[in-house]
Write a protein that binds this ligand. Structure first.
Ligand SMILES: *[C@@H]1O[C@H](CO)[C@@H](O)[C@H](O)[C@H]1NC(C)=O
Ligand SMILES: *[C@@H]1O[C@H](CO)[C@@H](O)[C@H](O)[C@H]1NC(C)=O
Ligand SMILES: *[C@@H]1O[C@H](CO)[C@@H](O)[C@H](O)[C@H]1NC(C)=O
Length: 546
């Protein structure tokens, strides 16, 4: 059933994680909606070769026939064995020692300045998750500069194709109230500043004016004087313009509070999110701390009314398969699709990554085989399924697939669905009528994926660099109480394991895959310079029981 969804090239959506923010920033202006690109590609490539394309769509692409067969027999054998519950748990007990703490009341002098230095406007770029990061960074910057923040605006871009503004996605009043006392947030600029031409007075700050991951001192030196002189500055773009370290710990805490406490989805999103989660679990109860944070009043806590209650909830694993055409093309890797694939990806790069093409001309290329060895290739659906089988997930497991167009569509998903047929997406779980209010809003659709991934029993990602995966895993760490495991492969280790695909014994494959995943689940304190959104285990965000 999900094949149709995965395969429909006519869907008018175009969300993908960021390949490389810089590349995106540079190429944004000449990018078009994903489906248009795909259609265009089909025409560019296949004008006189349409039949071949259709054939390619039909036949599956598989790189590991032998391992696939071993996985298939292993799953058949496990079918009737008792489920091993360890799979669904975090392997390290220390995970539950950390509790959410950024919301606690602490004596602070934030927001208690004598003089308001001015107003900060931001227009955040990117999709849902990049915007979230921009908002919370702006909160910290406003506080640092003793400024008042105007409710963030979202830039419309033809990549995301979504005109949603802050209030279409997050509860405005709630946001302002939670941060009250620590930072002033207002709905709009005061009248005397509204008529200013911000660009003309030199107060428009683009990403070109500020280094990536700028430090507080950069803001004090370059932004504060403008703010004081003009009474207002406008950050255009802004995503990652505030570094993680060094930053005073009260500002770090504020940033954490913003991300984990102040941004609540609007009821429209919570309500359909709740429906989605309920349908996956096939059960009326949604009661975990994560549910509460994400679903608000739409949390159902009366399972006894549900006729399925006796069966108990079914667990599900949410999977973010970042195998979308932009990522695949950008990687320069090969994925077993032969000449067709090579041509198709090269054509895509020429249209969408002109700077990458330029760079490649002036450097000696790394071979696709070498890239694979270095762990630089995004995981294919087939590889993801092999890892999940190696971990011991049963054939009947429910998988919620987040994200959008899988590169290659059905032909790429076949090897996944032949091992794991119970694959669902928001499009298969919700009716067209239920989805209709979200259809034209890619960020709101992304919010539904965020909810389904964050509240999943297990969340598995294939790329830890993606913004969705990163924020979702942070949420699960923060609110999961040590019972919301996230699995991320170490791509280099995995490549080494898979390079033995023609000889490795299945039990040895299992062992090595399990060790690799467990290694990634170790409980560590956030390291210097690492994202607090992804790794909130640090004293500013979480408290550790002694
Ligand atoms: C902000 O206000 C506090 C308290 O009045 C003051 O100590 C600090 O220097 C101010 N910072 C800036 C950047 O104006
Ligand atoms: C979505 O956009 C299409 C094309 O612009 C329009 O026809 C349709 O009415 C829109 N749907 C909703 C729910 O806004
Ligand atoms: C699979 O095994 C073959 C034979 O050893 C090897 O040549 C190939 O590179 C392996 N595939 C991958 C993707 O590592």
């Amino acid at each position: 059933m999900c094949h149709q969804t995965l395969n429909s090239a006519h869907r008018v959506q175009c969300v993908g994680g960021s390949v490389s923010e810089k590349e995106r920033e540079r190429t944004q202006s000449n990018r078009r909606c994903y489906w248009l690109k795909v259609l265009l590609l089909i025409f560019v490539l296949k004008e006189d070769d349409r039949g071949a394309f259709i054939n390619e769509e039909k036949s599956s692409v598989q790189m590991y026939d032998r391992l696939h067969n071993l996985a298939s027999s292993a799953l058949a054998e496990k079918e009737f064995k008792q489920r091993s519950s360890r799979l669904w748990e975090e392997p390290y007990r220390q995970a539950s020692a950390w509790k959410p703490c950024a919301g606690r009341k602490v004596p602070t002098n934030l927001g208690k300045f004598d003089k308001n230095n001015g107003y900060i406007l931001i227009s955040a770029n990117g999709g849902l998750n990049q915007q979230r990061v921009a908002i919370c960074n702006a909160v910290a910057v406003a506080s640092l500069l003793n400024a008042t923040l105007v409710l963030p605006q979202f830039l419309y871009s033809n990549v995301w194709n979504d005109p949603s503004q802050f209030g279409d996605i997050y509860q405005e009043e709630y946001f302002m109230n939670i941060l009250k006392g620590e930072i002033n947030v207002v709905n709009e600029l005061p009248p005397h500043l509204r008529s200013l031409d911000i660009e003309a007075i030199g107060s428009l700050i683009t990403d070109a004016d500020l280094v990536k991951e700028a430090k507080p001192i950069d803001y004090i030196r370059h932004i504060l004087p403008l703010l004081v002189r003009n009474g207002v500055v406008h950050f255009l773009g802004f995503g990652n313009r505030l570094g993680f370290d060094p930053l005073p710990s009260n500002l770090q805490r504020l940033r954490c509070k913003c991300n984990f406490h102040a941004l609540k989805f609007v009821p429209k999103i919570q309500q359909v999110g709740s429906l989605l989660v309920r349908r996956i679990r096939n059960y009326g109860a949604a009661r975990s701390m994560l549910d509460k944070q994400l679903l608000g009043n739409f949390m159902l806590d009366n399972p006894s009314n549900n006729h399925d209650a006796a069966k108990g909830p079914s667990k599900y694993l949410a999977l973010h398969l970042r195998f979308e055409v932009d990522m695949v093309a950008y990687s320069m890797c090969e994925f077993g699709g032969g000449e067709n694939e090579r041509k198709e990806l090269q054509a895509y790069r020429e249209i969408h990554f002109p700077l990458l093409i330029e760079r490649l001309k002036n450097s000696s290329p790394i071979s696709p085989a070498e890239l694979r060895k270095l762990g630089r290739c995004p995981l294919t659906p087939e590889e993801a399924a092999l890892v999940l089988a190696g971990l011991g997930f049963k054939r009947g497991t429910y998988f919620y697939l987040a994200g959008f167009q899988i590169y290659g569509g059905k032909s790429r998903m076949d090897s996944f669905t032949s091992l794991y047929p119970n694959l669902v997406t928001k499009e298969t779980l919700l009716t067209p009528d239920e989805l209709a209010p979200f259809r034209n809003f890619s960020s709101q659709l992304a919010a539904l994926d965020f909810i389904a991934c964050a509240t999943a029993d297990v969340f598995a990602m294939t790329d830890s660099g993606s913004q969705l995966s990163s924020l979702v895993s942070g949420f699960r760490t923060y609110y999961g109480g040590g019972h919301a495991p996230t699995m991320r492969p170490n791509k280099k280790r995995l490549a080494a394991i898979l390079s033995e695909n023609s000889t490795i014994e299945w039990h040895s494959f299992e062992d090595r895959v399990k060790k690799m995943i467990e290694e990634g689940q170790r409980v560590r304190v956030r390291g210097f310079g690492r994202s607090i959104y992804r790794l909130p285990r640090c004293p500013e965000c979480m408290c550790k029981a002694q």
